[in-house]
Design a protein around this ligand. Structure first.
Ligand SMILES: Cc1ncc(COP(=O)(O)O)c(C=O)c1O
Length: 411
């Protein structure tokens, strides 16, 4: 299928896993919100590292160590360019989005929050952008306050403005794209308001970076977190972008090797420069190099083309699912990424997922680590199909047929 010059069949050929059969059917992988698949270029980059220059980085004089250091650090520049950061030093490698958000909550929160302060957290956050703030609020005496969402699954902007005006808000924590609803939040607008009230904005970009061009400076995000494994890279590595003005002066996140310049029982500890200051211990070297390969791969296709194609998939899937009377969508914001959460009257999502798996269709069922969203919409769980640029309309037809089959079996 070719849509607007987007040759999806050619792209699919880059992903070995898409050749798989699952339960006697060709795999239709629609769990990209959890983890996206890796193209051959990313897999082979890992194999090459393992077989040719696996070595520890930053402190070796030998060739292998230098090659590994160069490849790993090259990813930092790739990330900087990919997200439009001003300076490579603003790119901190972490274990993933969760780790990035914990870093901000701990290092920034412990330093800047005090009793009486408020941290605003939107109701559509993944637990990774709630629990770290709850922990730091308990430690510091600050309060975590929810920014409510509307029936369509958008941040209630009136409530947000009122909350900002009412309290001593120090941080606003919002997801760029909701993993449970698909909603794309107006980050720049919300950041402008937050800044006008002297608050910093912490953006969870886990579901945004893989699906559209992101420019952290245009968004004016103070901190921006994401994971490699959702953008065709490996697990175990992610990024925290932080404006240098905020990173400077933060206490260390974790202590150990690499984040120091020297350690002496007599004369004390001298710390390494940012970003290494936040990166204690041996990092996920192979994964870092593979993240670089993933960025090269995505960039070669073009994030704007990816976004446009995925919007077509979203529109098609929305139409197909809405044509089934028993299906109710959860998350109907006008501006969404290619995530469709739905419930089927009288059928538990777990059963939906199991039947679809029998048909070779991989979707996610459950609360998607966003239980406040489930509470808000009065459902225990949803079924979520989250698309990537290698999905096809034919797969969406199979999804709709599968949903009909679920209804036939259970109702
Ligand atoms: C919006 C969002 N935030 C945070 C996370 C956590 O990412 P990770 O498990 O890679 O740390 C996810 C993962 O599903 C997510 O979708």
């Amino acid at each position: 299928m070719k849509t607007n010059g987007f040759d999806v069949e050619r792209i699919r050929a880059d992903f070995p896993v898409l050749e798989r059969m699952v339960n006697g059917h060709p795999l239709a992988y629609m769990d990209n919100g959890a983890s996206a698949q890796m193209p051959r270029a990313v897999i082979e980059t890992g194999t090459e590292y393992r077989s040719r220059y696996h070595a520890n980085i930053h402190r070796g004089v030998h060739t292998l160590s230098q090659e590994a250091t160069e490849a790993y650090e090259a990813t930092r520049e790739l990330v900087r360019a990919f997200i439009g950061a001003a300076d490579q030093r603003e790119v901190v490698f972490t274990g993933g989005t969760t780790d990035s958000l914990n870093l901000v909550a701990q290092c920034w929160g412990n330093t800047h929050l005090k009793p009486g302060d408020v941290v605003l957290v939107s109701e559509m956050e993944h637990h990774a952008n709630i629990v770290p703030w709850d922990l730091v609020c308990r430690r510091t005496g600050a309060r975590m306050v929810k920014i409510p969402i509307t029936d369509s699954g958008e941040v209630d902007q009136d409530a947000y403005a009122m909350l900002l005006a009412a309290d001593s808000v120090k941080a606003v924590c919002i997801t760029h794209v909701s993993n449970a609803l698909g909603t794309v939040n107006p980050v720049r607008h919300m950041a402008d308001l937050a800044h006008a009230h002297g608050a910093v904005v912490v953006v969870d970009g886990a579901q945004a970076v893989p699906h559209a061009a992101v420019d952290v400076q245009a968004l004016d995000a103070d901190f921006y977190a994401f994971s490699a494994h959702k953008m065709c890279g490996p697990t175990g590595i992610g990024v925290l972008y932080g404006k240098m003005e905020h990173l400077k002066g933060l206490p260390p996140y974790r202590g150990g090797g690499d984040m120091i310049l020297s350690v002496s029982f007599d004369s004390g500890i001298r710390y390494n420069a940012i970003p290494h200051y936040f990166e204690a211990g041996t990092p996920p070297i192979e994964q870092g190099i593979q993240l670089g390969a993933a960025i090269r791969y995505l960039t070669a296709i073009g994030m704007d083309r990816i976004a446009a194609y995925e919007q077509e998939l979203l529109a098609y899937a929305t139409e197909k699912l809405l044509a089934i009377p028993q299906v109710r969508l959860v998350g109907t914001a006008p501006h969404k990424a290619a995530v469709i959460s739905f419930v089927i009257d009288g059928v538990h999502p777990h059963d939906v997922g199991t039947v679809l798996d029998d048909l070779g269709i991989a979707v996610r069922t459950g609360h998607h680590c966003a239980q406040p969203v489930m509470e808000r919409f009065g459902v225990p769980a949803t079924t979520r199909a989250s698309f990537a640029f290698y999905n096809t309309r034919a797969e969406i037809d199979r999804l709709a047929d599968g949903v009909r089959e679920v209804i036939r079996l259970f109702q």
